[in-house]
Design a protein around this ligand. Structure first.
Ligand code: IPE
Ligand code: IPE
Ligand code: MG
Length: 246
């Protein structure tokens, strides 16, 4: 009964999310933005249209997270497995990224976001690689960290970290691996949200998710809105995190 009442939209919208974020120590939310293709197909549009609206949804979501006092946002933009998709779709995703980066540069003074790209950049178009690096350097002193996982795979990330450590020739500790991951500048995520109704990680943050709270919603990513974000944060606040203790 209580739980049901708690889920009323009016309750969700009137909750003081900034306070919830502060009280629960929620600092880092990661999003698996899934469902762009299905969203477009359901509307009789090409899948690319879903990605295009998905970028807009993403920008709004980041700005809401900032308003709620979240310090680190991580998003899964393109996986190491997503190259399997039709060439046109991959090209369009890369084009959207290119535009996104340009706008991020233009809006830097206003947004004050620190961009970090997680993943193996070497497979990207060299011009896109340069733009990613330029944006990372330009924004490195900004307060809100936004990690964008691009050509990212959790297994490939751990493998490259191990190889880097082997090259150094020392025995390897958990801390050493954490320090070699693409995410080394960010704390582990507190909350991982996956949209699109799939209950899996799809190779996202395998190491870092060890004690993350997982939240799944059927909402397709382009439809992800404030009430969805608030619902996820409120659900997070009800979880009892034990980290293996009692
Ligand atoms: C997620 O949406 C975006 C990317 C993987 C780039 P999808 O494109 O996977 O959408 P669905 O899952 O096919 O609906
Ligand atoms: C995960 O979504 C990758 C991103 C959101 C970028 P996918 O749509 O690629 O995952 P699967 O194929 O359903 O597991
Ligand atoms: Mg998908």
């Amino acid at each position: 009964m209580f739980f049901k009442k708690k889920n009323f939209a009016a309750d969700i919208m009137s909750a003081d999310i900034n306070k919830v974020v502060k009280d629960t120590g929620l600092t880092h939310i990661a999003f698996i933005m899934d469902g762009n293709g299905r969203w477009a197909t359901a509307k009789g549009l090409p899948r690319e249209a879903g990605h295009s609206v998905g970028v807009k949804t993403f920008k709004k979501t980041v700005s809401r997270c900032r308003d709620y006092g979240i310090q680190t946002v991580t998003t899964y933009a393109f996986s190491t497995e997503n190259w399997k998709r039709p060439e046109n779709e991959v090209r369009e995703i890369m084009r959207l990224l290119d535009t996104y980066i340009k706008e991020a540069e233009d809006d830097n003074e206003k947004n004050r976001i620190r961009y970090i790209f997680l993943g193996d950049k070497s497979r990207l178009d060299p011009r896109l690689q340069e733009k990613c690096s330029y944006l990372e350097n330009l924004t490195q002193d900004n307060p809100l960290t936004l990690n964008i996982a691009l050509n990212y795979g959790g297994r490939s990330e751990i493998t490259q970290a191990c190889n880097a450590l082997i090259a150094k020739g020392n025995a390897v500790t958990e801390e050493d691996i954490s320090a070699m991951l693409y995410t080394r500048e960010s704390p582990d995520p507190d909350l991982i949200v996956r949209t699109g109704g799939e209950y899996r990680l799809s190779n996202f943050l395998l190491w870092q998710a060890a004690y993350a709270e997982l939240y799944f919603t059927d909402c397709l990513w382009p439809d992800y809105d404030d009430i969805e974000l608030r619902r996820a944060i409120l659900e997070f606040s009800k979880r009892k995190r034990r980290f293996g203790g009692v």
